[in-house]
Write a protein that binds this ligand. Structure first.
Ligand SMILES: CC(C)(COP(=O)(O)OP(=O)(O)OC[C@H]1O[C@@H](n2cnc3c(N)ncnc32)[C@H](O)[C@@H]1OP(=O)(O)O)[C@@H](O)C(=O)NCCC(=O)NCCS
Ligand SMILES: CC(=O)OC[C@H](N)C(=O)O
Length: 173
């Protein structure tokens, strides 16, 4: 993927969603810098700009070095927080007021962060916490608190989130 393909990889799926497009374009440029050492040094000022603009002004914490696959949809971009250990596959959807992160363990260390597969559609006001894996083609309902692994083709709702097989097993697009 060349530079332009890399930074515009979410453009099409966020059609009509100007804020999502801008935030993801800014993220992909920062992400490009973080994954290529030479750009990391040249891009240091850009990374500062990215953090201040996206975190402080847009209230979105997508760390510049987090791994996210292509075609991320970012709806209603506000109050979204994730750690830099999170991994998100391709063709996923994120919405407002969502946290994806780790937890402190009894021994004082921190767990790893969630690994999220492909075609995972995450509703609004969701928390996904801990060393867990969300498999492919999963719907996470609005307000769910997800603290356990989720099998593929499931819908998760509630607190604590309960995963049930999806009735409609056509892949999420
Ligand atoms: C979870 C979700 C994907 C399920 O959609 P669906 O397959 O059409 O499910 P239904 O509406 O038929 O509901 C099925 C059951 O789940 C329950 N349910 C649906 N969404 C729920 C949610 N978010 N939390 C808890 N229970 C939920 C329903 O009450 C129903 O329960 P019942 O079987 O006891 O009657 C959807 O409701 C959802 O939350 N999507 C997220 C959308 C979102 O974030 N919108 C905000 C946009 S900004
Ligand atoms: C607030 C709302 O209902 O937004 C709808 C939007 N298409 C979404 O799924 O996020």
């Amino acid at each position: 993927m060349n530079f332009f393909e890399f930074i515009f990889q979410d453009w099409r799926v966020n059609k009509g969603n100007v804020k999502g497009r801008i935030i993801l374009l800014l993220f992909r440029i920062a992400n490009f810098c973080s994954t290529r050492k030479i750009y990391y040094y040249i891009g240091f000022i850009y990374l500062l700009f990215y953090r201040i603009l996206v975190e402080w002004f847009f209230s979105i914490e997508i760390p510049w070095n987090v791994k996210i696959g292509k075609n991320l949809s970012l709806f209603h971009g506000q109050a979204l927080v994730m750690t830099n250990q999170v991994v998100i596959g391709h063709n996923c959807t994120l919405r407002q007021s969502t946290t994806i992160g780790n937890k402190q363990l009894a021994n004082g260390n921190y767990s790893t962060s969630p690994i999220i597969g492909n075609y995972v559609d995450i509703g609004s006001n969701v928390c996904i916490i801990g060393s867990i894996t969300i498999n492919d083609n999963v719907l996470i309902g609005s307000g769910a608190i997800v603290v356990k692994d989720v099998p593929p083709y499931s819908t998760v709702t509630g607190n604590p989130g309960i995963a049930k097989p999806r009735k409609d097993t056509t892949p999420i697009v």
